[in-house]
Design a protein around this ligand. Structure first.
Ligand SMILES: Nc1ncnc2c1ncn2[C@@H]1O[C@H](COP(=O)(O)OP(=O)(O)OP(=O)(O)O)[C@@H](O)[C@H]1O
Length: 387
């Protein structure tokens, strides 16, 4: 079937915002059980109490943050005494940054001036919560970043013991974790674990049929009828399922529709989908690269420069790094573990003892960040720094 050319000012998008990453979808199918568990955790709030502390666990793009945003929106409507605050920990990974976000949510502005001690920020937050007789509920979204920064225990203890320092202030927490194997019982101190006492809600990966259903809802809400024929939707679902991240699928739909629109066509073709997928599939890599600090980036550079085949032994990469800059082996190792956490490399133990690891660079990293000209490449290709 040939498609009708579009007028230059015509668009295929009924509502382009539907594809924004922070868009809260109208429908939230396939997560009834998880939403029910969260509603259960929030029941005590109806009687003025704190919620059950809860960990939402699942690989990226399984709807954890969306579930939290939905329950927060609902709770905000029915319980005036609950103050929900969502903290994206990837961007705010120090205790001060976390409490600044809470402060911002409560007072509509960041803590005044620089150098205000954390204790004073906390005191102001606690005082406000206590005076209102409210319950503060903080979601530490992607809490693994706090763990890697070595501050998760401190942040949790400060929040959950807030009533000890500031009588009348009460707080509960939600944590989202994308590392399904992370064992918090060994990562937190026993005293924090005992006050956290969290229930877990698991978010399994979506099946291909579920992915298709979610993409179909978005296509219906965001694009005009007929723009994505059923066979093309099948292809989009198949690609999304192959990479395992719904966020990639949503980005791919948008890019494919934009490509068709640019060529003044009224329908998306399989070629549009393949071209869009080639870019979208590296979305997470682009976001992870954008979040690296200078040291982490230097370590990744050294790994890429040393990796002739697929794997490089960590000590070789360290030697290569020292040719360019000074860094202790401990700092190097910490940066490597952060790269592993961000899914940029895999670390495989090579000896029973010691810290030596084989470092395997993950698919897409070299394409998004070649050894030379790193940093420019992903901007040129349209990969953002954040989500
Ligand atoms: N069941 C669903 N229905 C509609 N859209 C969904 C559903 N689940 C996830 N999404 C969409 O997929 C994208 C990723 O979802 P979300 O941010 O909630 O995932 P996440 O599990 O928190 O991921 P991460 O661990 O990377 O933070 C969002 O754009 C969200 O709107």
């Amino acid at each position: 079937m040939t498609s009708t050319p579009l007028m230059a000012d015509q668009t295929l998008f009924r509502d382009a915002r539907i594809f924004d990453f922070d868009h809260l979808p109208e429908t939230f199918h396939y997560r009834d059980a998880q939403v029910r568990d969260l509603a259960f955790a929030f029941r005590p709030c109806l009687h003025g109490s704190t919620p059950l502390n809860t960990i939402l666990r699942g690989v990226p793009g399984t709807g954890k943050t969306t579930a939290v945003r939905r329950i927060f929106a609902e709770v905000g409507e029915v319980c005036e005494t609950v103050v929900p605050v969502l903290v994206p920990c990837q961007a705010h990974c120090t205790p001060y940054a976390v409490f600044s976000q809470i402060y911002l949510a409560l007072f509509g502005q960041s803590p005044p001036g620089t150098g205000v001690p954390l204790r004073r920020v906390m005191a102001r937050i606690a005082g406000d919560i206590a005076a209102r007789g409210a319950v503060l509920v903080v979601c530490l979204d992607d809490a693994g970043h706090l763990l890697h920064a070595g501050v998760l225990d401190e942040v949790l203890a400060s929040l959950l013991r807030i009533h000890e320092g500031y009588p009348g202030a009460r707080a509960g927490v939600l944590l989202t974790l994308s590392d399904v194997d992370l064992d918090l019982s060994t990562a937190l101190t026993p005293s924090t674990l005992s006050v956290l006492h969290a229930s877990e809600v698991f978010f399994p990966p979506y099946s291909r049929q579920e992915i298709r259903g979610i993409l179909a809802d978005r296509v219906r809400a965001g694009l005009y009828p007929g723009v994505v024929p059923p066979a093309i939707l099948d292809l989009m679902a198949e690609r999304t399922d192959a990479c395992g991240d719904l966020r990639v699928g949503l980005d791919m739909v948008r890019r494919a529709a934009l490509a068709a629109e640019m060529e003044a066509r009224t329908t998306v073709t399989a070629e549009d989908v393949h071209a869009a997928y080639a870019v979208s599939r590296h979305l997470q890599v682009g976001a992870a690269l954008g979040s690296l600090n200078e040291g982490e980036r230097a370590v990744l550079d050294a790994v890429l420069a040393s990796a002739e085949d697929e794997a490089v032994i960590s000590a070789e990469a360290y030697t290569r790094l020292l040719e360019r800059r000074q860094m202790s082996y401990t700092a190097f190792h910490d940066h490597l573990r952060k790269l592993e956490f961000l899914r940029l490399v895999d670390l495989v133990k090579v000896r029973r003892k010691g810290r030596a690891r084989a470092v395997l660079v993950r698919d897409g990293v070299e394409e998004v960040m070649p050894v030379r000209g790193a940093g420019v490449a992903e901007e040129e290709r349209g990969y953002g720094g954040g989500r």
